[in-house]
Write a protein that binds this ligand. Structure first.
Ligand SMILES: NC(=O)c1ccc[n+]([C@@H]2O[C@H](COP(=O)([O-])OP(=O)(O)OC[C@H]3O[C@@H](n4cnc5c(N)ncnc54)[C@H](OP(=O)(O)O)[C@@H]3O)[C@@H](O)[C@H]2O)c1
Length: 256
């Protein structure tokens, strides 16, 4: 377990996309290190299990429904103050070249990664501006790179990245810290499966890659960000496995 300096008084972090992968690992790491956590996702049974295991609050919410996100935030505020939000809910659908890209996949990715991040930001921002706190966005190296078959996802992640990058200009001088964590290849249980639709294609993404990142590696970086002294901000952090130089240049064994 990674140990950080003890969290400041009353640290209560909302984590979206908390029912699997990076979000779930973040909830576990934050709880292990003494933070209060509110886990948010759509699948109630997974959140119930997580809550029973680690002792966190949870909220069932679809982040693409802005009214539902507002209502969720109000329920969270009724139980206490929030000191930070990890905006992590997101994902990819499809890996078609532009010539064959499906509008419904592009729309799905825009709704969850961009509109979802916007709705979550807007629901919590007034509280954070008034009381001080953190917004941490899980974008991706896809937020500033592209690759064949990646245009729909990279378009959505580029767009999502404009939220923290613009807000940093809009909120300068206010007591809100804005972080952006940009992972490269992370082997999580569901990300590539949801994207490609079957386990064999999903496994092929990581085939021959020595030690791809895992969710706990990204949770570790998130814990590091949130535990910095209040005047310190890490604007944007790219995190990749040693075997990956860019989205497209990946060492695989046996080497080609
Ligand atoms: N894995 C990677 O290689 C990688 C690399 C760079 C960036 N990222 C980004 O990191 C984040 C987490 O990725 P991951 O690998 O942990 O993916 P994951 O395991 O598929 O987890 C995605 C999470 O988002 C939640 N979610 C999806 N749609 C939602 C919605 N409409 N409302 C609320 N929650 C929703 C899912 O829970 P429910 O289905 O229960 O709602 C799940 O908890 C994503 O933003 C992803 O784009 C991943």
């Amino acid at each position: 377990m990674t140990c950080y300096p003890p969290p400041r008084e009353n640290c209560r972090i909302v984590v979206t996309g908390a029912s699997s992968g990076i979000g779930e690992a973040t909830c576990r790491l934050l709880r292990d290190n003494g933070w209060q956590v509110v886990a948010v996702a759509r699948r109630r049974e997974r959140l119930e299990r997580l809550s029973a295991e680690i002792g966190c609050e949870y909220e069932v919410c679809d982040v693409t429904d802005a009214d539902a996100v507002d209502a969720m935030a109000q329920r969270v505020f009724e139980r206490g103050a929030v000191s930070g939000v990890v905006i992590n809910a997101g994902g990819a659908h499809g890996a078609d070249p532009v010539a064959a890209g499906k509008a419904e996949d592009w729309e799905w990715m825009y709704r969850v990664n961009v509109a979802g991040a916007l709705a979550t930001t807007q629901a919590f921002l007034p509280h954070l501006r008034a009381n001080g706190g953190d917004l941490l966005y899980l974008t991706s190296t896809a937020a500033h790179e592209t690759y064949p078959g990646g245009a729909g996802y990279t378009a959505a992640k580029h767009a999502e990245a404009m939220i923290p990058e613009t807000m940093r200009l809009e909120l300068v001088g206010e007591p809100v810290r804005i972080f952006q964590v940009c992972p490269g290849m992370v082997k999580t249980e569901e990300f590539s499966l949801n994207r490609l639709g079957d386990r064999e294609r999903a496994e092929a993404v990581y085939a021959g890659v020595e030690d791809p990142l895992v969710a706990a590696d990204i949770a570790d970086v998130i814990g590091y960000c949130l535990s910095r002294p209040p005047h310190v901000v890490l604007d944007r952090i790219d995190v990749r496995p040693r075997a990956q130089a860019t989205t497209m240049v990946v060492a695989r064994s046996p080497r080609p």
